[in-house]
Design a protein around this ligand. Sequence first.
Ligand SMILES: NC(=O)c1ccc[n+]([C@@H]2O[C@H](COP(=O)([O-])OP(=O)(O)OC[C@H]3O[C@@H](n4cnc5c(N)ncnc54)[C@H](OP(=O)(O)O)[C@@H]3O)[C@@H](O)[C@H]2O)c1
Length: 257
Amino acid sequence: MSVFISGASSGIGAACARAFGAAGKELVLVARRKDRVQALARDVAKAHGVQVHAFQLDVRDRKAVESFIEEHAGLLSAVEVLVNNAGLAAGLSAIQAGNVDEWERMIDTNLKGLLYVSRGLLPKLIEKSARGGNCHVVNIGSVAGRWTYPNGNVYCATKFGVRALSESMRLDLHGTGIRVTEIAPGMAETEFSEVRLGDKEKAKAVYAGMRPLSAEDVAETVLWCVGRPKHVNIQELVVFPTDQSSVTLVKRAEAKA
Ligand SMILES: NC(=O)c1ccc[n+]([C@@H]2O[C@H](COP(=O)([O-])OP(=O)(O)OC[C@H]3O[C@@H](n4cnc5c(N)ncnc54)[C@H](OP(=O)(O)O)[C@@H]3O)[C@@H](O)[C@H]2O)c1
């Protein structure tokens, strides 16, 4: 049995790879940054003595995803857990001033990418489950998929979409025995804000004076959901840092003069 993780080159995806590796699972990792994902694969394999397969894959590229699934059919037939994690926010501006290229990046990655990967892997999970496998899909949504916030518009819409797709997967997979969980994290300090804002200093300021979740905190929730007995499906799990009570309400310590 193996675990497939999209977007495993940093943040939550990389933390999931380390955590599943520590739990002795074989891994299939994909991301666009080949060097990063391959270096992680070597580290995890060395630390835990597990098999880790790492590939460069852009989930937005439908043809590339389809060829990948075809080319690695043997390897992928062992996948029991699919973690749809690859995703991003790009920019933070009002719809009326929005950057359409950024909108397309988010829609193409967070929705279409998740769909391409799922379309390729779900038939394999269905077969595996029919043969007694313990199959599970974990979609990384966001609290932005539950509540909108000013200038969050398109990112929020994609994550509302991930929630809808998670619910849809549960309906469409009904009776197959495959569990589907959506994890919706609040603020987690990863490369997320740097990717969104395009600037390390601005990204750092997002978490100033508060304690965000770590990627490892979120990975632990993923492992916990997958680790429940086969008849128990945690459908949705919302996890905020204690310092964040809603998408917009964040407790920050005063900056020292
Ligand atoms: N951090 C937060 O506060 C937070 C909160 C709620 C939800 N989330 C969600 O958590 C997920 C992981 O984000 P993160 O916080 O861990 O951010 P991150 O550190 O920036 O990681 C994002 C991962 O997604 C991969 N990725 C992006 N576009 C991709 C593409 N086209 N094809 C393949 N992989 C791609 C990146 O790898 P490459 O660049 O190498 O491709 C990277 O490994 C995302 O879905 C995000 O929306 C994050």
